[in-house]
Write a protein that binds this ligand. Sequence first.
Ligand code: HEC
Length: 100
Amino acid sequence: MRSLLVLLLVAGAAHAGGAPDPEALEHLVKQDCGSCHGLTLKGGLGPDIRPEAISHFDAETLSEVVLDGIPGTAMPPWRPLMSEAEAAWIAEYLLTGEHP
Ligand code: HEC
């Protein structure tokens, strides 16, 4: 009982600190990014962002695109909604197609 409580506290603290939560981020990529880029990310209103389509980006540039969006286009900035660590997680996830 006691160790469960400690675990819950640790999990809560990690979340409050902005550490990436893989399940929540995977959900966000499918639902929110997917609403423009397609549920499988192969393109829709926004372009194909599957690994082979974005291989010209490095992880750092990609997380900047996610954080700042692409001005003058429908690609919105996500900085108000996520931490830099979360954007870095998403960049890695998009580039590899797997959980970092
Ligand atoms: C409201 C629609 C919309 C949403 C939501 C959206 N995007 Fe985009 N995204 C676009 C559009 C449109 C472009 C193309 C902009 C352009 O003309 O260069 C784009 C471009 C991009 C690019 C650059 C692709 C390339 O090859 O140049 C990446 C990477 C990207 N989006 C990732 C994401 C991620 C990750 C999310 C979710 C966190 C997301 N987008 C959510 C509309 C959207």
